[in-house]
Design a binder for this molecule. Structure first.
Ligand code: NDP
Length: 298
């Protein structure tokens, strides 16, 4: 009986939230962090602070890593002369790395783990720390399916798991692709707020409507399924929202930004996408024609 024990290495805001959620759900939790003081609240809440990374990995079949990047994992688990070498205890263990890095770093890490007899699962957490373990939290995973399935009940405490496939790079790729949408949207919100602010419009008069536009995008372009079908088929029927019309609008945004004296890099990048389609003679096609140029490297 009893829930499986879980080790969490890396107690930044994310790792601390994960360990706290696992504790709340009744899992025995062992933690380790380079800066030990960050474990204090978790230890007060019932977690065990391991004295070394080796002891932390030894304490559970499942070790979750939440670190700045993948190099931190190698630093901690003792590649290349680190003081605490945990690699000897990796045999038979499961490492689930929820840190961001590149898809290739995840693939390299899976090979590295295999050399030490460990299984490796990649994850990308799609919510900030306060939302970890709460409603709406979800996490992308990739790696060996059977290993993922065996630990799914514990991983579920971090957020709803979404398994993508065996390629260890896939979860990282999905994480990055979502952040590509997210970070660009955040920059556009700030840029647009600056545009109206310079004209004397308070941010509060603008941002709620901008947020409505963001969340209303699916009512304009669908839930993504139809767009996906059209992009894959290379169909860009130009009846509505042509590249010419959208490109003219992109131009106006650049001019207005220039006149306002604010940063123009983001709208210029968007304008460049449309300019390319127009120059290639595809102005009368739908705005989705940009995809052909973005995919081909611009
Ligand atoms: P932090 O940068 O706050 O925490 C990083 C952790 O990594 C700390 O425990 C730190 O130890 C440790 N660390 C970094 N480098 C080393 C090293 N060389 N050796 C040993 N330990 C090291 O990050 P977060 O908790 O915010 O995020 C963790 C991961 O989750 C990141 O990859 C991030 O991109 C991702 N993520 C973050 C989200 C967020 O909203 N914060 C949302 C989704 C994903 P120490 O305490 O000693 O410094």
């Amino acid at each position: 009986g009893g829930l499986s024990s879980v080790t969490v290495i890396g107690l930044g805001p994310m790792g601390r939230a994960m360990a706290a959620s696992l504790l709340r759900s009744g899992h025995p939790v062992t933690v380790w962090n380079r800066t030990p003081g960050r474990a204090d609240d978790l230890v007060a809440g019932g977690a065990t602070l391991a004295p070394t990374p080796t002891a932390a990995v030894a304490a559970s079949e499942l070790t979750i890593l939440s670190l700045t990047d993948y190099q931190a994992m190698y630093d901690i688990l003792g590649l290349g002369g680190a003081t605490s070498r945990a690699s000897s205890v990796l045999a038979g263990k499961v490492l689930v790395n929820l840190s961001s890095d590149t898809p290739d770093a995840s693939r390299d890490a899976a090979r590295w783990a295999a050399v030490h007899g460990a299984s490796f699962v990649t994850g990308g957490v799609m919510v900030p720390a306060p939302a970890v373990g709460g409603p709406g939290a979800h996490v992308f995973y990739s790696g060996p399916r059977a290993v993922f399935d065996a630990h799914e009940p514990a991983l579920r405490q971090i957020g709803e798991p979404r398994y993508l496939g065996a390629d260890p790079g896939l979860a990282q790729l999905f994480y990055q692709a979502h952040l590509d949408v997210f970070l660009t949207a955040l920059s556009s919100l700030l840029h647009a707020t600056a545009l109206v602010a310079v004209a004397g419009v308070p941010a509060a008069d603008f941002l709620p409507g901008a947020m409505e536009l963001l969340t209303g995008i699916p009512t304009m372009i669908g839930d993504g399924r139809d767009l996906a079908r059209r992009l894959e088929a290379g169909e860009h029927p130009g009846d509505l929202s042509t590249a010419r019309m959208m490109g003219a609008t992109a131009n106006h945004i650049v001019w207005t930004s220039e006149k306002a004296g604010i940063d123009t890099r983001l709208p210029k990048a968007v304008k460049a996408h449309y300019d390319q389609a127009v120059l290639a003679g595809r102005a009368s096609e739908n705005w989705t024609v940009l995809y052909e140029f973005l995919r081909a490297g611009g």
